[in-house]
Design a protein around this ligand. Structure first.
Ligand SMILES: Nc1ncnc2c1ncn2[C@@H]1O[C@H](COP(=O)(O)OP(=O)(O)OP(=O)(O)O)[C@@H](O)[C@H]1O
Ligand SMILES: [Mg+2]
Length: 225
């Protein structure tokens, strides 16, 4: 099976010359469609930086990322944004939902942005909220939801476009144990049902253990556990 994405000798540093700080060095990493991978590593080791490079949100100082055999960093900004939107969904530690919009509108937004008609977009968002047990919260704004509910809405927003890969950067880092467990179950369920890949950064070994593969980011490079 061909890879969903591949990183070849990926490197990243901040600054220049004497002030240069190498964060990532010579990283080779790929994921298959449908696979789930956890990345563990100490705070500040470069996990978020790596996710950003894989998704084309930052520019590597060396190496290349291929998505479905397309060189991500050879594309112009427009084409890269399009490829990113068609390939990845994102969930972060903080939900980043739009606070003046209902849960339903937040989930429908990615579909409206890509040009779907409003009626269809709202129906799809409604169906997904129902599937994840939040149909009774669809008119609630983020401020009227619990932390766990907000994060589940954020996951729905990330998955509504049916991305090939969900990238989650400490998605349970801000939740209590119960909400964290519900959030993880939801991620795994959607990952399984939609046959999408899941790349998750976490500090939680128990979460990592549920993934197909665990890698650690240490000393600027990825290592198999
Ligand atoms: N704009 C910047 N300029 C200089 N250094 C930066 C910049 N942004 C991040 N860094 C440094 O790069 C390193 C990697 O940061 P990154 O956010 O990827 O770490 P992380 O592993 O995600 O950490 P955490 O677990 O705390 O989220 C850190 O040492 C950070 O201080
Ligand atoms: Mg981080």
């Amino acid at each position: 099976m061909s890879n969903l994405f591949e990183c070849h000798a990926l490197g990243f540093s901040y600054g220049a010359d004497a002030g240069k700080t190498q964060v990532l060095d010579n990283i080779d990493f790929s994921m298959k469609p449908g696979e789930s991978v956890a990345i563990l590593g100490q705070s500040g080791c470069g996990k978020s930086t790596l996710l950003n490079l894989i998704a084309g949100l930052d520019t590597p100082t060396s190496g290349e990322v291929l998505i479905n055999n397309t060189k991500l960093y050879s594309l112009n900004e427009n084409a890269r944004t399009k490829l990113r939107a068609n390939t990845f969904g994102f969930v972060y530690q903080f939900h980043h939902l739009l606070r003046d919009f209902s849960a339903l509108d937040n989930v429908a937004l990615p579909l409206l942005i890509r040009g779907d008609d409003k009626k269809g977009a709202l129906q799809n968002a409604k169906d997904l909220l129902q599937k994840i047990g939040l149909e009774h919260r669809q008119q609630h704004k983020p401020g009227e939801l619990s932390g766990g509910e907000r994060q589940r809405v954020a996951i729905a927003r990330a998955m509504i476009t049916e991305p090939a890969c969900l990238i989650a950067d400490e998605p349970t880092g801000n939740l209590d144990a119960h909400s964290a467990s519900e959030t993880l179950s939801l991620l795994l369920k959607l990952n399984y049902e939609s046959q999408s890949s899941l790349l998750i950064v976490t500090h939680d070994q128990a979460i990592a253990n549920k993934m197909d593969r665990i890698l650690t980011l240490d000393n600027k490079t990825l290592n198999t556990v």
